[in-house]
Design a protein around this ligand. Structure first.
Ligand code: KG4
Ligand code: ZN
Length: 345
């Protein structure tokens, strides 16, 4: 079969990224321009600044990518782009760029759901084995997804309020730590002791999650201690917080694997980089004879390589976009892909 080279674009949040991916599994070249330093001083992503930054950098990123890959547009077969969910102003820059390239070159345009990208980041490491359960843990999502086969997504559980990455970032902010807080809490969690009596997040029989309770518990505790003139033991707080979050993520994932009688588990999204979560899932997988895989650290947070990997399988399924393709800020059901449309309503 002829090799398929995908030029992919990801601009849903604060990374302007483009990649060339071969056959959905090989990273030929990737450029990620991260805006983290720009947003750091505001303690989080400022949407207006993010979209302006995407505009400034997107053509530079494209030039740099083609130079790095030593390729030109004639070498490209398909154009993959994140159409949503994410920040609307940021998504629009990537979508318009992809549509323009598709129009000028006449190559197929493949709209990709951002989370499908995170899931397919795993395919860059080893071929996905089906059926599988994907634990999706990012700044915007906490989902359990059942996949019977390639590019078939059934969400079986989701967060009822904050996403897990969002909870990490908010807790870090309360503790006076930098943005993004997830990796910092992860590091500090290895240094402290579990001394704070925080509640476990939604410990029930469902596959849903809730992180607002534990986040509020940290906020209240910090305020009360400050009012009493006491300092917070930051490392201990990180340990206590991470321990409970990881315990619930692991428990619900294990239940989902059992209920769906699935032996393959993948982890997707920025929080898949979390060392505490990896360790806990590894132990659970070993005990239950589960094949566990997570992406390389550089493919856990937002990047266009994962979008190129997903676009290949979307292309095989017949997913196509045209010049009416629009960015979509709010989440869409994963099932839209099975309908071979891009859910533009
Ligand atoms: O997937 P991602 O890059 O963007 C979204 O699609 O949301 O995820 C970003 C999130 C941030 O909330 C960040 O704090 C979190 O992933 N994150 C981590 C770690 N590395 C990134 N959270 C916990 N531990 C980490 N090591
Ligand atoms: Zn993401």
């Amino acid at each position: 079969m002829k090799d398929i080279y995908c030029l992919s674009i990801e601009s849903s949040c604060d990374e302007t990224s483009m990649s060339i991916v071969k056959n959905g599994n090989t990273d030929i070249a990737t450029v990620v321009f991260t805006q983290i330093d720009i947003h750091k001083k505001f303690g989080g992503v400022v949407p207006e600044i993010a979209s302006r930054s995407h505009i400034e950098s997107i053509t530079i990123v494209l030039d740099e990518l083609l130079e790095k890959a030593k390729m030109d547009m004639n070498d490209i077969d398909i154009i993959g782009v994140t159409y949503g969910p994410g920040l609307i102003g940021s998504l629009l820059i990537g979508v318009e760029c992809a549509k323009t390239i598709a129009l000028v070159t006449g190559k197929p345009l493949i709209p990709v759901h951002h989370i499908a990208g995170h899931i397919y980041a795993n395919n860059l490491k080893e071929r996905l084995s089906f059926p599988l359960i994907a634990l999706v843990v990012s700044g915007g999502h906490t989902d359990l997804v059942y996949m019977k086969e390639d590019y078939s997504f059934q969400r079986i559980g989701s967060t009822l309020d904050d996403a897990v990455g969002e909870a990490y970032d908010k807790v870090a902010k309360i503790l006076g730590l930098d943005y993004p807080g997830g990796p910092i809490i992860d590091k500090k969690a290895t240094l402290g002791k579990d001394t704070y009596n925080l509640p476990y997040p939604l410990d029930d029989a469902s596959f849903n999650f809730s992180f607002s309770g534990i986040k509020s518990a940290v906020v209240n505790l910090v305020h009360n201690e400050h009012q009493r003139g006491n300092d917070i033991r930051i490392d201990d707080m990180c340990t206590s917080f991470q321990k409970r979050v990881v315990a619930i993520l692991t428990k619900k994932t294990k239940n989902a694997l059992q209920e769906y009688n699935v032996k393959n588990l993948i982890v997707a999204g920025g929080v898949a980089a979390n060392q505490g979560l990896r360790k806990s899932l590894e132990e659970m997988a070993k005990e239950n004879d589960i094949h566990l895989s997570y992406p390389e650290i550089k493919y856990c947070t937002d990047n266009a390589t994962m979008i190129g990997a997903a676009a290949y399988y979307a292309y095989q399924k017949g997913v196509r976009g045209d010049l009416t393709l629009n960015a979509k800020a709010t989440d869409t059901l994963y099932q839209v892909f099975l309908n071979k449309n891009t859910d533009q309503d």
